[in-house]
Design a protein around this ligand. Structure first.
Ligand code: SF4
Ligand code: SF4
Length: 128
């Protein structure tokens, strides 16, 4: 499962994610992290069977968890296969096929929204 972990100012200096991993034995696969002295935003994959225990361990430490279960949608009628989305997606949701068509693997989407701004045809949107 893809999740976003939001860590707020007063606890960002504490090793809370490490504590939750050790406590629950969860194999967390981090795909993106933005952390500074004021806040942290981490996108990661967590095994489905571990999600409940891991999220409870984090929430009990004051962390917000968002499940990323609404990946990018593409309007096939609007897409002109220009490839602009291929280069900007940080997790390679879009790839070129052998015939230079643009393939979509929405299961990898971390809902960052970058491709939506870059698409010249307004073909992309996140489910509300
Ligand atoms: S940027 Fe938009 S139009 Fe271009 S390939 Fe991606 S979805 Fe299609
Ligand atoms: S919102 Fe777009 S750029 Fe961001 S991860 Fe999803 S497909 Fe990639």
């Amino acid at each position: 499962m893809k999740i976003k972990i939001n860590v707020v100012t007063d606890i960002v200096v504490k090793p809370i994610i490490a504590e939750a991993i050790i406590e629950t034995g969860t194999l967390l696969n981090i795909s993106q992290a933005h952390i500074d002295s004021t806040k942290g935003e981490i996108t990661a994959d967590v095994p489905k069977d571990d999600f409940d225990r891991f999220s409870k361990a984090l929430i009990s430490r004051g962390v917000e968890i968002i499940v990323l279960d609404k990946p990018i949608l593409r309007d096939e009628d609007e897409c002109v296969e220009c490839g602009a989305c291929v280069s900007v997606c940080p997790v390679k949701v879009f790839t070129f096929g052998e015939d230079w068509s643009v393939n979509l693997d929405e299961g990898n989407c971390i809902q960052c929204g970058t491709c939506i701004e870059m698409c010249p045809h307004g073909a992309l949107a996140l489910e509300q």
